[in-house]
Every structure is written in C-alpha cells, then in structure tokens.
Ligand binder design. Structure first.
Ligand SMILES: [Zn+2]
Length: 120
C-alpha cells in the first residue's frame, strides 16, 4: 500500500472533516490538545472516499472515547462548531454530505413526530 500524505487545514467552523487527502479541523481545538489529537486520528482513519466504513466510523466514533467531556465542552463553547451536525456542509467550495448526520436527524424527527402524535 502506498503511504498516504495528508494535509491538515485549520478552519473556523465545524469540528473536523476529511475530503480526499485534506483534513479540515476547527482551530479552536488547539485549546484542547488531547481532543484535537483524537479527532485528527479519527480523520486519518477515514478513507479518502465515501464508504460504509466512513459511515460506521462516524456512528461509533471510537477515537473520541475518553474525550467526551472535552468534546462537549468544546461544542458548547464554540457555536461555530455546530455546522458539524448539519446533514451537509461546504468546505472550500467542496460539498460534503453526511449519511450519519442524516440518519441522526431522521431519528430525531421520527421521535419528535411520535411524541407530538401521542400528545395530540
Ligand atoms: Zn468522521
């Protein structure tokens, strides 16, 4: 296997994303070095494409185990990171679609719809 060369770009929104050999990471994560390292590891473990492996990785997120407190602290204090939870986003003109986020939003709407149906 050819060694992969990855480039890390600091951005001011979302949390992190990998497109091909480019990793985009929120610069606010510098204040959380252990979390930043775990997130970069997660992005490295993604493929350079868009496969089932990538969807599974985002639903399980093994790399973040042990960093959840820092993760939620970062998300709650950096509203710019909330774009991470949209089903789709745009990084430097490149459109990114998240099946994992779409699935989570779908479950949230079904749950909310179910609660409203029960309460009507
Ligand atoms: Zn991921």
């Amino acid at each position: 296997m050819k060694p992969q060369v990855l480039y890390v770009n600091e951005i001011s929104k979302g949390i992190a994303c990998r497109i091909g050999n480019q990793i985009y990471i929120n610069k606010g994560l510098k204040k959380y070095p252990k979390l930043q390292k775990a997130i970069i590891k997660h992005e490295i473990n993604h493929t350079s494409g868009f496969t089932m492996h990538d969807v599974k990785m985002d639903l399980v997120n093994n790399e973040l185990k042990g960093h959840k407190v820092d993760y939620y602290k970062f998300v709650l204090t950096h509203p710019s990171s909330w774009t991470e939870f949209f089903p789709f986003d745009c990084y430097e003109g490149r459109f990114v679609y998240s099946i994992a986020n779409t699935f989570i939003w779908f479950l949230a709407f079904i749950t909310a719809g179910g609660i409203l149906w029960i309460l009507r």
